[in-house]
Design a protein around this ligand. Structure first.
Ligand SMILES: [Zn+2]
Length: 106
């Protein structure tokens, strides 16, 4: 599994490590405990944690839009197992551009 991280220039090293740690957890089963542990380890609060995460875009570099080649952008770690189950994928831009002729893979 490989992910590409694109960080806001304002993020420091500790915040980047926090993002990496957050995204290292892909199972949705104990998501809340994962968040609490991250906050505890980094002496931060949930809202500050999400403010930091919002400055980090994460892409799966082995899943690309079949049409334009754009990598799959993740919103939450639970997207990872979902994306891996897709046989193929089209990005939102291509789906709307195609007027519904392209559809999501199952
Ligand atoms: Zn596309």
């Amino acid at each position: 599994m490989s992910m590409n991280f694109v960080f806001d220039l304002a993020l420091g090293g500790a915040e980047k490590r926090l993002c990496h740690k957050y995204w290292s957890y892909v199972s949705p089963s104990d998501y809340i405990a994962h968040l609490e542990l991250l906050c505890y380890d980094h002496h931060t609060e949930i809202d500050a944690l999400f403010a930091t995460l919002a400055k980090c875009q994460v892409y799966l570099d082995d899943i690309h839009c079949e049409y334009c080649g754009r990598p799959y952008q993740l919103d939450v770690p639970a997207d990872v197992p979902y994306a891996r189950r897709l046989d193929f994928w089209f990005c939102d831009g291509c789906i709307s551009f195609s007027g519904g002729q392209l559809v999501l893979g199952r």
